[in-house]
Design a protein around this ligand. Structure first.
Ligand code: URA
Length: 253
């Protein structure tokens, strides 16, 4: 594969734009010692076996990592919508660099897609990828992928009331406009107003509706874990980074 093909596959623009980036000396490639060398010949063959996933290159001085498929984790702040076409708030996709949004995906929508959605006011862990199988596996109800939420409750609950609330959430509650009961896989009160809830489904506003059904209200909601992977500490609100191979393994289970 040629270097301009690589740039194209990573979302750096049309083939013509990518060839121009190489020809005009905007691209540096790293050797096995991770030393960067200016690349000016677009026609030079780029040998993928020499440069596996994770190989670094720079475009206009910014380090980029070649990935045949993209898997990223993002720490979603409040006040951001997960839709590509948001109605009132900025889109979460504006937190990603253009190449991640533009990666060509043959026969599919361009760029990485979010694994499910969080409400505008929910914070925390969001995964994005352009791997269709991964997206399907993470979102399909058949796979029962657990997701852990930290819920700040409006009304403090203690004692018998707390036990009754947790038992109802785990036994199953009926939501408005939905005859099928939904239940938490696990529910724990970490303080009178801090509920930790693990769900294996992802219905619309599910946490908020479940909490409402037991007579309380969500003041703040944060997703802290998906499958076996906790939101990494080094990804601050509004930031994203590539998932490591070990982290992907934790998600695949
Ligand atoms: N449940 C909700 O109510 N909102 C979210 O954003 C996620 C789960």
């Amino acid at each position: 594969m040629r270097l301009d093909d690589i740039l194209f596959s990573q979302g750096f623009g049309t083939r013509r734009v990518c060839a121009g980036l190489v020809q005009h000396g905007h691209v540096e490639v790293a050797d096995s010692e991770n030393v960067f060398h200016l690349e000016t010949d677009a026609s030079s063959d780029w040998e993928p076996s020499l440069y596996p996933d994770g190989f670094n290159f720079k475009v206009d001085g910014r380090i980029w990592r070649y990935q045949s498929l993209a898997y990223v984790v993002l720490n979603k702040p409040a006040g951001i919508e997960c839709s590509q076409k948001p109605s009132a708030w900025p889109s979460v996709y504006t937190l990603l660099p253009a190449p991640l949004r533009q990666r060509p995906c043959p026969g599919k929508v361009q760029g990485v897609q979010a694994v499910g959605r969080l409400d505008q006011d929910t914070t925390g862990m969001l995964l994005l990828s352009d791997d269709g199988k991964f997206l399907h596996r993470m979102t399909s109800p058949k796979h029962h992928m657990p997701k852990v939420y930290q819920v700040s409750l409006k009304h403090a609950v203690v004692g018998d009331m707390a036990n009754a609330m947790l038992a109802r959430l785990c036994a199953g509650v009926v939501l408005e406009d939905d005859p099928q009961p939904v239940k938490a896989q696990a529910a724990e009160l970490l303080s009178p107003t801090h509920l930790q809830l693990t769900l294996t489904e992802g219905k619309f506003h599910q946490v908020k509706r479940m909490v409402a059904s037991v007579g309380n209200r969500v003041e703040a909601l944060h997703r802290s874990q998906i499958g076996g992977l906790k939101l990494p500490d080094d990804v601050l609100p509004g930031q994203w980074r590539w998932l490591t191979a070990q982290e992907l393994q934790l998600l695949r289970g």
